[in-house]
Design a protein around this ligand. Structure first.
Ligand code: MG
Length: 253
C-alpha cells in the first residue's frame, strides 16, 4: 500500500511497534531445549492478547494447497523460511529464523530475524551479521524517486562482499493492506531498474542469504524451504515506509 495520511501512518507505526514487542519477547525464550511449537504458542497468544490478529495463521499463499497452520514461522539451520512449528527442540549451536506478522486495525506488518541458539560457530555468526547488514543496506536504498532494483542491488552488494549465496526464488514485497502485495522485491538487481519507489510506499524487505549454494528446495509439507546443499541460511526482515532519505523502519519497539 501507499500511505495516504497521518492516520494510516500512525496505525502502521503502532502495528510495527506491537509486532517488534512480540518478537522481542519470543527472542528471550530462544535457548537450547525450547521447541518451535512453544515459541509459536507464545507469539500467537501475545498477538491475540493485544487485540490483534496473527496474519500468517490461516493464510494461504498463491500456489499453496493448505492454509499456514501457525502465527510464527520457525526455520532452523538449513531451513530458509516458512518452517512450520512442531515439537522439535532447538539445540546448542543452531541458528533459528523467526518470521512473524500481525494485523492491527486493518494494517499488515511483517518482520523476521535470525538468532544464534546457545554457542554457535564463527561462520554462523558471520552469516547472521552479513544478512542483517544486507537488510540495512536495502533499507537505506529504499528512497523515493529511486527504483525497486536499487534495493536489490544494495542487498546483493553486501552478500557478494561476504561471498554468500542469495536465495533467488523468494524476496520482499509490498505490505500494509495484505500479507503480500506488489511490488515483488528481488534480493539482487540493477540500480535504476524496476518499479519506481514513491513516498509512503509500504514494503517488507527480506534478504535470505546462505553459506553455500543459493539453491532451495520446497519440503513435503508444502511450506518449508531448505537449501539444496544443506548449508546454513539466515533471514532478516523489516516493514518500512519509503521516504526521500531511505526507508523508515516501522517494525521496531
Ligand atoms: Mg515477508
Amino acid at each position: 500500500m501507499i500511505i495516504q495520511n497521518k492516520i494510516e501512518e500512525k496505525i502502521l507505526r503502532e502495528a510495527g511497534k506491537r509486532l517488534a514487542l512480540v518478537l522481542d519477547e519470543v527472542e528471550t525464550l530462544v535457548r537450547p531445549g525450547v521447541t518451535s511449537a512453544e515459541l509459536n504458542l507464545h507469539a500467537t497468544q501475545r498477538i491475540k492478547e493485544m487485540g490483534d490478529t496473527p496474519s500468517f495463521l490461516g493464510y494461504t499463499p498463491a500456489g499453496s494447497r493448505a492454509p499456514y497452520p501457525a502465527g510464527l514461522c520457525v526455520s532452523i539451520n538449513d531451513e530458509v523460511v516458512h518452517g512450520i512449528p512442531n515439537g522439535r527442540a532447538l539445540k546448542d549451536g543452531d541458528i533459528v529464523g523467526l518470521d512473524i506478522g500481525l494485523i492491527h486495525q486493518g494494517m499488515f506488518v511483517d518482520m523476521a530475524r535470525t538468532l544464534p541458539v546457545g554457542k554457535v560457530d564463527e561462520k554462523s555468526l558471520e552469516l547472521i551479521f552479513a544478512t542483517k547488514k544486507s537488510l540495512d543496506a536495502g533499507i537505506a536504498a529504499a528512497k523515493s524517486g529511486g527504483y525497486v532494483g536499487d534495493i536489490g542491488a544494495a542487498i546483493e552488494a553486501v552478500a557478494k562482499q561476504g561471498k554468500l549465496g542469495i536465495v533467488r526464488e523468494l524476496g520482499g514485497h509490498g505490505v500494509g493492506s495484505a500479507v503480500h502485495e506488489e511490488p515483488y522485491i528481488a534480493n539482487f538487481g540493477k540500480t535504476g531498474t524496476g518499479e519506481k519507489l514513491v513516498n509512503g510506499m509500504v514494503l517488507a524487505l527480506e534478504p535470505m542469504l546462505t553459506l553455500g549454494s543459493p539453491d532451495v528446495v520446497l519440503g513435503k509439507d508444502g511450506y518449508t524451504f531448505r537449501t539444496r546443499d544443506g548449508s546454513l541460511s539466515a533471514h532478516f526482515e523489516h516493514t518500512i515506509i519509503v521516504g526521500k532519505d531511505g526507508g523508515e523502519v516501522v517494525t521496531k519497539n
